[in-house]
Design a protein around this ligand. Structure first.
Ligand code: ATP
Length: 318
């Protein structure tokens, strides 16, 4: 198995679960260090039950992760496949996000039995409601919002929190909803800086002592552009606006219980799929059920957010 792309809290719980579920079936298990780059370099080591002990609560990934441009080439993948064959390895579990599962799909087409495990803080993967890591990322963002709210109230200030998610606004939307944000800006529903200013102005007039703006990193009008506009019109808005960029903080640290449980279920489910001879799929979750979606349907696609929740957040910001 390998972990690939951006690290996500809960990846270790998935590694632990997949390893022990496979060992329970009497299989030999190997961990690949540093994602697809390690597959090409042959950085592959046996994993035993004790090797994955004490990691369920740890953030990041003990296997390491990397981006590997070489893996997108036919020659790179041929080396990777040869390394697996040489060790007698006949199946691969790929724990990662969108790009990683596109790689899984390509490997499947080249004849390897691959099962993907949905894992990325972005939660943009097609074929699953949620991915490993996103619950932790949402909770860290909510904690930041809560903390900024207390200082904002004391000084009658507005704060803008920029959070992760690449081109997917899921973290910003969910954290904004849970944190009671006045404005949520996400790539799936762009908002102009003058509209942000108008909503802050209205909030000030309604007597709010603070206001929170949550922005996903992939928006067209960046956090800086919004702040510049609000600062230029501060006299008519009432609030000044300060920026906090969370960046990689949202994917660091220990995974939440929800992420550990999801990762545990998906890691074990990946082994179940292989045991059934049903490779070439991504394991994810729909409602409370574990589901498997063909990698060919997942590759290169991204999932949108629930726009109704955005409308609800706006109503509740009154
Ligand atoms: P996250 O979104 O959480 O960062 P990710 O899995 O989307 O995770 P990427 O950097 O997009 O992260 O992809 C990880 C790796 O997957 C790439 O470095 C590359 O090796 C491989 N990969 C991506 N796209 C392809 C592709 N089209 N064909 C083969 N391999 C790919």
């Amino acid at each position: 198995m390998l972990t690939s792309g951006g690290d996500a809290p809960g990846m270790n719980a998935a590694v632990r679960a997949a390893t022990r579920a496979a060992l329970a079936r009497g299989w030999a298990v190997f961990g690949v260090h540093n994602g697809y780059a390690g597959l090409i370099a042959g950085d592959i080591h046996a994993l035993h039950a004790r090797d994955v002990g004490g990691i369920i609560q740890r953030g990041g990934t003990v296997l390491g992760s990397a981006r590997s441009p070489e893996f997108t080439t036919e020659a790179g993948r041929a080396t990777a496949l040869a390394n697996l064959k040489q060790r007698g390895i006949d199946a691969l579990v790929v724990i990662g996000g969108n790009g990683s599962q596109t790689g899984s799909s390509v490997l499947t087409n080249e004849g390897l039995a691959v099962v993907g495990v949905a894992s990325t803080v972005d939660n943009d993967l097609f074929g699953t409601d949620v991915t490993i890591g996103v619950d932790t990322a949402v909770n860290i963002t909510v904690e930041a919002i809560d903390r900024l709210r207390t200082t904002g109230s004391s000084h009658k200030r507005a704060f803008l929190v920029e959070t992760m998610g690449r081109n997917c606004g899921y973290i910003a939307l969910m954290a904004g909803l849970a944190g009671g944000a006045e404005v949520i800006a996400i790539p799936e529903c762009e908002i102009e800086p003058h509209d942000v200013a108008e909503r802050l102005r209205a909030a000030y007039r309604r007597g709010k002592t603070h206001a929170l703006v949550v922005v996903a990193e992939g928006v067209k009008h960046s956090a800086q552009a919004i702040v510049q506009h609000v600062t230029e019109h501060r006299d008519t808005i009432g609030f000044g606006l300060r920026v906090t960029t969370l960046g990689h903080v949202v994917r660091g640290g220990a995974p939440t219980a929800a992420d550990r449980i999801l990762a545990t279920r998906l890691g074990a489910a990946a082994v179940d799929q292989l045991a059934r001879g049903a490779a070439g799929v991504l394991v994810g979750v729909r409602g409370s059920d574990i589901v498997a979606t063909p990698l060919a349907e997942v590759a290169g696609k991204t999932k949108g957010v629930n726009q109704e929740l955005l409308a609800l957040a706006r109503v509740l910001a009154q």
